[in-house]
Design a protein around this ligand. Sequence first.
Ligand SMILES: *[C@@H]1O[C@H](CO)[C@@H](O)[C@H](O)[C@H]1NC(C)=O
Ligand SMILES: *[C@@H]1O[C@H](CO)[C@@H](O)[C@H](O)[C@H]1NC(C)=O
Ligand SMILES: *[C@@H]1O[C@H](CO)[C@@H](O)[C@H](O)[C@H]1NC(C)=O
Ligand SMILES: [Zn+2]
Length: 543
Amino acid sequence: MGLVLLILALMASGAACDRYHPERTVSETATLRNAAEANAQYWINDAQAGIERRLRFTPRASDNHARNVVMFMGDGMSVPTLAAARTLLGQRRGQTGEEAQLSFEQFPTVGLSKTYCVSSQVADSSCSATAYLCGVKANQGTLGVSAAVPRHNCTASLETANRVQSIAEWALADGRDAGIVTTTRMTHASPAGVYAKVANRHWESDADVTSAGHDITLCPDIAHQLIHLPPGNQMKVLLAGGRREFIPTSTVDEEGFSGRRTDGRNLIEEWQSDKRARNVTYNYVWNRSQLMDVFNSPPEYLLGLFESNHMQYNLEADPTTEPTLAELTEVAIRSLSRNDRGFFLFVEGGRIDHAHHDNYPHLALDETLAMNEAVARATELLDEKDSLIVVTADHAHVMSFNGYSPRGQDILGTNNDLDLDGVPYMTLSYTNGPGRRAQRADGVRVDVTQDANFRALRWRTHVNVPLEEETHGGDDVAVFARGPHHEMFSGLYEQSHIPHRMAYAACIGPGLHACSAAHSLRGSLLAAMPLLALALHTLLGHS
Ligand SMILES: *[C@@H]1O[C@H](CO)[C@@H](O)[C@H](O)[C@H]1NC(C)=O
Ligand SMILES: *[C@@H]1O[C@H](CO)[C@@H](O)[C@H](O)[C@H]1NC(C)=O
Ligand SMILES: *[C@@H]1O[C@H](CO)[C@@H](O)[C@H](O)[C@H]1NC(C)=O
Ligand SMILES: [Zn+2]
C-alpha cells in the first residue's frame, strides 16, 4: 500500500513538473489571431477538406505519362528550412505564419530521400546531383560518373563504363528538349550534374583543370563540356550566373568583371558561332531587359548569364538588371513548351545553400521563398495531366528551429525564453559555422540581441561549433510531386531513385515502364487491325 502511494506521489510530482517540457507563463491565447482555431470544428472541417483534396488527386494519378518533367531543387533546402520559410511567408502576410503553405506543400504526394553518397555520410552538391539526376550514387565531389571514379582521377572518369547519363540525356534521346535554370554559376555542382562528366566539381574552367595537373584535351573543364559536348550543346535554354568561367582572364564582361579562362577562349562567343553554323535562331543575354525582350517569343536557343559569379541574393539584387527565379523559370517553360514531344527542365534555387553556409538565415529563407514562387509559376503554366513537377533538395543543413515560443512568434527573432543565465536566444540558430561569439570571462553567453547590426540581412545568429562555413546536414530531405505518377514519390527511398521514378513517369530512359503498357495496348490494337478488316471484308463479302 505504502509503495503504491509512493509511486503515485512520484507520478504526480513528475506530471506537475516535467523538466523536459516546462510550462510557460505566456498567455497562449494572447497571440492567437485566428479565433476560429479555438473551435474543434475548425480542425475537423480542415481535416475533412484534406480528405476531399486527396480523393480528387488519387484517381487520375496514373492515367497519363508525363510529357514534361520539371525538377525544382532547393540546394540545402532542409525540412527545418521549409518549416521556417513557410512561417516567414505567413508572417509577411500579417498572419501567425505556422499555418501557411508553400506552393508545393499543396502537391498531392510527398516522400523522403536519403542523401548520403558512396564515399560520404553527408552529401555534397555534386555526388547528390549525380544521384538525383543520373540515378547513381557516387563519390563526394564527382559529377556524372560512378563511384568507380575516385575524386580528382581524370583517367578513371574517361572510362565509358564509369560515365553515367542524366535524365536530360534520356529526354533528348527521346526527341524531347532540355534546359537548365539556376541562381548559381552555370558550372556549379548542381546544374553541372545535368550535363558534365567530371572527376572534380571544382574543374569549372580550364584554369582549374590545368592547375590540378591534368590535360584539358583529355578532361575538359565543365564550361567547355557545356558549350561543346552533348548534352550541353543540345540544350535549348540555359539561364544562370557565372560568366567568368566562359571568358578569358584578358576579357572583361559587360559588367566590368574579368574571366577566369587561361586558354584564351571565349565560350560565350563559341556558343553563338555554333548556333550560327547550325542555322538556328539564338540569343545571348546578360541582363533582365534583354531577357524580357525575348520573353514572349524566345529564340530556338537561349543562353543567359546574368552575373560574373553567382546571381545576387533575391533580397539584395537590383530588380532592373537581374531577373527573378520565377521569371527565368517562365521563359524556360515558354521556350521548351514548343516541342510537342515534351521536355525536361532543371530549376535550382541554388543560393539557399550559400546563405546557410554563411549563417544568414533570413537570406536562406527568402531564397527558399523565391524558389517557392518559381514553383507556383510553373504550376500555373503546366497542366498536371501531362506535366510532372518534382520539388526536392540535395541535402540538409544544420540550422535548427528551436524553443517553445508562442504561436506567431517572429520566426527571425528571439525565442520567448531565456537561457539559464537569463540571456536570450534565437529561434533559428546553427549547430556550427561562422559567427560564433567569443566566450565571456564569466562563461555566460553573449547576448546577441545587443549586436550593433542585430537583425540586419547579413547579421549572423549564434552557433555552437566555430567553423569557417556552416556544414551540410545528413538528414533526409523531402520530395514533393504533382502530375502524372506523382504517387511514385511517396515513401522513403535512396536519392538515386528519383530520376528513375521521373523517367518512369515520363517514359524515357532506362525501363520505359509507364508507357510500355500503353504502347503494348496500342501495339496490339494496330496488330489486330488487318485481322479486323479481313473479318469485316469476309463478313460483308458473304452478305
Ligand atoms: C586513377 O584510376 C585509374 C583507373 O582508371 C587507376 O589505374 C589509377 O591508379 C588511378 N589513379 C590514382 C592516382 O588513384
Ligand atoms: C537557314 O534557315 C532558314 C530558316 O529556317 C532557311 O530559310 C535557310 O534556307 C537556311 N539556310 C541554310 C544554309 O540551311
Ligand atoms: C542590358 O543590355 C543591353 C544590351 O547590351 C544594354 O543596351 C542595356 O543598357 C542593358 N541594361 C541594363 C539595365 O544594364
Ligand atoms: Zn553547400
